[in-house]
Design a protein around this ligand. Sequence first.
Ligand code: ZN
Length: 329
Amino acid sequence: MIGKMRLPMSKVSKKLHRLKSNKIFRDLCSETDFTKANFVQPLFVNEASGNKEEIIGLKDNFVMSLEDTLRQINDDISNGVSNFLLFISSKNKSLDSFNLSFHEKVISSIKDEFKDNINLWTDVCLCSLTDHGHCCLFDKDNSINIDKTLDEISKVVLTYAEAGADIIAPSDMMDGRTLKIREVLDGLNFSMIPIISYSTKFSSNFYGPFRNAADSTPLFGDRKQYQLDYRNKSEAIRASIRCAEEGADMLMVKPAMTSIDLIKDIKEKTNLMVGAYQVSGEYAGICLSEDKGLLNMEEALEETWHVMRRAEAQFIITYGARLAKKIGF
Ligand SMILES: [Zn+2]
């Protein structure tokens, strides 16, 4: 199926000016600067959220209602954040009919309020939508049904694009998703929306706090069927090359510190900018160590971010993005 869907490189729409369309993109892509403009702050919006709840281990990061999210973005803008990565969970989870009305409302409300003052990155994955919490749909024998999965991902992408998403960030690691998403966007006049693929994403022990926050712990099994094996470097680089060939505008490694050796190779092999996602377990390790008096959180964050940059990460997604300006970036 995927073989049929693959297009020759020349047919994949490649628009270099996609990442030049506004100042936030241009600053993010500057190869000589390293400032707060290179940081991306994740946000968790949950339809079921009442009072703002701090996520265990992730200091100053919350699961929020839409109203609290709008307030949080306002505060974050004053702290120098201009890129946000949005994770949305709705109340109803059903395999048969995804309900995306809350997702649509969240994205359009944020963009109505903050317009071009922010770039809204939208995580696209089925794991917060399926009742089993996996990033894909399965056949009866529990093998991945890739065609059905990509069809559902396409619906999510279309909803996000129509609601005003600035960037589509597919995180599922399914074969062919980047190409499919590019086709869907181009076919519906969203050819200027860039795709930032989670292209080298390992099956990792460091995702724990996130799964609680995004409400996406799988009900059965694990994600080793589709996420990468941390023992394999070639496979990890190949996964990013595949996304580049399928039309990704930017790539990403995740977790950051355990993928630090791959960033430069991926960049050189694809000529695309590659970011690093400092994932929840990495960030929580620093927060909890500070709580125990073992280190200074801001100094430790500063160190990790410089190391990511030294490894040639173009952007850093981190739960501490809202501290970057204060720390001196
Ligand atoms: Zn997922």
